[in-house]
Write a protein that binds this ligand. Structure first.
Ligand code: GDP
Length: 140
């Protein structure tokens, strides 16, 4: 499998509970390298643009409010099959359905406040990485 990159976001519920390091430990234990990382507070415009694909979903407005409710940590992860590997270590969207040992099973508060975001395809990963990072900020 090829080495690839994916975008990860540690969401406000996790930064609020000081879990950045705990989430990063799970990512690194899963064989993913954090090759770029920054903490920021999303604006409403940024959250709406980032989640534009979910515009028609009933939870879109709540999701944007949640994502702007506190700091997030945006990161680029690198590794063999990084997109799928990260989705695996994140666990299911709903923590009640997430597998034991996954980030969401261990830390998520609810289906919305579920601690992490991860790109769901290589194509989306490229777009989402470019949304937050310039090339010189990513050091593999
Ligand atoms: P993901 O790829 O596992 O993050 O899941 P989705 O792309 O389907 O949804 C994006 C994000 O929207 C999720 O991570 C949750 O934060 C939120 N979300 C998804 N489903 C629901 C829902 O039914 N209710 C609410 N309030 N939020 C949801």
């Amino acid at each position: 499998m090829a080495v690839e990159r994916t975008l990860s976001i540690i969401k406000p519920d996790a930064t609020r509970r000081n879990l950045t390091g705990a989430v990063n430990a799970k990512l690194e234990e899963a064989g993913l390298r954090i090759v770029a990382q920054k903490r920021l507070r999303l604006t409403q415009e940024q959250a709406e643009a980032f989640y534009a694909v979910h515009k028609e979903r009933p939870f879109y407005s709540d999701l944007c409010d949640f994502m702007t409710s506190g700091p997030v940590v945006v990161q680029v992860l690198e590794g063999e099959g990084a997109v799928a590997r990260n989705r695996e270590v994140m666990g299911a969207t709903n923590p009640a359905e997430a597998a034991e040992g996954t980030i969401r099973k261990s830390f998520a508060e609810s289906i919305e406040a579920n601690s992490v975001h991860g790109s769901d395809s290589a194509e989306n990963a490229a777009n989402e990485i470019a949304f937050f990072f310039s090339g010189c900020e990513i050091v593999g």
